[in-house]
Design a protein around this ligand. Structure first.
Ligand SMILES: Nc1ncnc2c1ncn2[C@@H]1O[C@H](COP(=O)(O)OP(=O)(O)O)[C@@H](O)[C@H]1O
Ligand SMILES: [Mg+2]
Length: 506
């Protein structure tokens, strides 16, 4: 039994935790939910000894303990798997699991003993992992299992999982939920941090909600609904309206068509290995897939950032081959890239200069050859208001805004240019619920206004929420095509892993 009592934690001017108390029982799956920045990770990092609270105390079995480092936490049976894994990719599963407490013989790592020990731990908790496999040959789901096995191997009684399903397929998530429930049934405790409410409710018994550094509610999973949890997370006043999700048949003209398209990735190896698809005006086409299966490269091809190798493609009336970013923009391609921090904006420039970027010579940003300062200011103010960018000050350097607000500026600018085809990559990553709803509403508006939208996202929930059609990418190929309302999440998940039925849906 662990209790966190009246924990306070500040980072400079930011109050990350404001008098948070939490009891963690044995044999339960407890979920910790809240918007980005609510303080979930900070709270658990305090319990894991990574952060030190400014005040408050941690009790383990009724006794106040000092957790100076993760070493102390691990000694008390507390283990944590972070959002970003901390494995050494070039070592084997066994080597990673025993790292820091290796069995040795004559001062050298005793490989065979390490392998036997790790195999025993896997066996005991029902994990199917090859202790001899190198970690960089494993899928993300398996790498996560290695992290969990590592914590259990060190004697974790309480296992903290920070956003563990963010990068998993639905099948891998199901697998993880089984593991979590099994551990709880065996008397261990799992703390599950997430903001995916449906899955939280399917795995946890008890849900604690945090908002802006405070603990605001605790509910039993059996007695609540996702809508109620979302309202608790954001506060009633800011609750976005749920959008009706209807199917929009692609009636419009064909904006993009590719046939057997191939292209190389950053490392020179084939990233697209024969992609055939099309996108029409008035539809949102989702590209689903596990990270690293060619989706990014595909978006780069469409925006002129990556050369086509072979195959053919037509984009807005011209060939895809030889496309440059300037030519893509001229034809009417809008682009909300994933790495907005360096590609889409100049952070030291003001918000209004960023809004004008790429359109400096057009009205209302220019009058003849001169900058139209008043026109630029006015347009920017209108956009900041309608996208609820905070603070709505056009003169601030962009870098003074939070990441979420910078993202809103990029989306506002790209949509303001009325693109015919909009290519968006991970458009809502890192945004809070209110901002996610706004950005998604704008993408639907663009679609309803006749634009074609190509949505690349690793978040399958987002793809399913927005897209009219979905192409699944696996190893640079399309392994499935789905049309709303025939979205079959399980089958999409199987296609993401390169398995599943032969026939395509829809
Ligand atoms: N190491 C840090 N340095 C400065 N600020 C931080 C640090 N870690 C977290 N914060 C801030 O504390 C707040 C809570 O963050 P976090 O606990 O990561 O939220 P959550 O996990 O709920 O998304 C945020 O405002 C975040 O920016
Ligand atoms: Mg976090």
């Amino acid at each position: 039994m662990i209790s966190l009592r009246h924990i306070h934690k500040r980072f400079g001017a930011v109050t990350a935790l404001d008098d948070v108390s939490l009891d963690i029982g044995t044999g339960e799956v407890l979920a910790l939910v809240g918007e980005n920045g609510a303080g979930k990770s900070t709270l658990m990092n305090v319990l894991y000894g990574l952060y030190h609270a400014d005040s408050g105390e941690v009790l383990v079995n009724g006794q106040a303990v000092r957790l100076k480092s993760p070493r102390d936490a691990i000694a008390r049976g507390i283990g944590m798997v972070h959002q970003h894994f901390m494995l050494v990719p070039t070592l084997t599963v066994a080597e990673n699991v025993v790292l820091g407490r290796e069995p040795s013989r004559f001062g050298r790592l005793d490989q065979e003993r390490a392998i036997a020990e790790v195999a025993a731990t896997c066996e005991r908790f029902g994990f199917k992992l090859d202790p001899r496999a190198r970690v960089d040959t494993l899928s993300v789901g398996s790498q996560q299992k290695v992290e969990i096995v590592k914590a259990l191997h060190r004697g974790a009684q309480v296992l903290i999982l920070d956003e563990p399903t963010a990068v998993l397929t639905p099948q891998e998530s199901d697998d993880l939920f089984r593991v979590a429930r099994g551990l709880a049934a065996g008397g261990r405790t799992v703390v599950f941090i997430s903001h995916k409410l449906r899955e939280v409710l399917s795995v946890a018994e008890r849900v604690v909600v945090m908002r802006r550094g405070k603990r605001v509610a605790e509910v039993r999973a059996a007695e609540t609904r996702p809508e109620e949890l979302a309202a608790l997370m954001v506060g009633e006043a800011r609750m976005p309206q749920a959008e009706a999700q209807t199917y929009h048949p692609p009636g419009g003209e064909r904006l993009l068509e590719t046939k057997e398209l191939t292209a190389r990735g950053e490392d020179g190896r084939p990233a697209l290995r024969g992609v055939t698809l099309d996108v029409h005006a008035g539809e949102i086409v989702g590209i689903a897939g596990v990270d690293g299966n060619g989706q990014r490269e595909f978006a780069e091809v469409l925006t002129g950032l990556r050369e086509v190798d072979s195959g053919s493609g037509t984009l807005l009336g011209g060939p895809l081959a030889g496309l440059t970013p300037a030519e893509a923009r001229r034809r009417g391609v809008g682009h909300v890239p994933e790495d907005r921090l360096w590609r889409a904006v100049v952070k030291a420039m003001s918000v209004e200069e960023n809004v004008a970027l790429g359109r400096q010579a057009q009205t209302p940003f220019a009058k003849g050859l001169q900058v139209d300062f008043a026109g630029r200011r006015e347009r920017t103010q209108t956009l900041l208001r309608s996208y609820d960018v905070r603070p709505p000050d056009p003169t601030l350097p962009l870098q003074a805004l939070s990441g979420g607000n910078q993202q809103k500026v990029v989306v506002a600018r790209e949509l303001d240019a009325s693109p015919r085809l909009l290519v968006v990559v991970q458009p809502t990553r890192g945004l809070d619920i209110g901002a996610v709803a706004q950005v998604q509403a704008r993408l639907r508006e663009a679609r309803d206004g006749g634009a074609g939208v190509v949505l690349v996202s690793l978040d399958l929930e987002e793809v399913l929420a927005l897209a009219d059609r979905v192409y699944v990418f696996f190893e640079g190929k399309v392994t499935g095509t789905f049309t709303r309302p025939q979205f079959d999440e399980r089958e999409i998940g199987r296609r993401m892993l390169g398995t599943g039925e032969e026939a395509t849906h829809g």
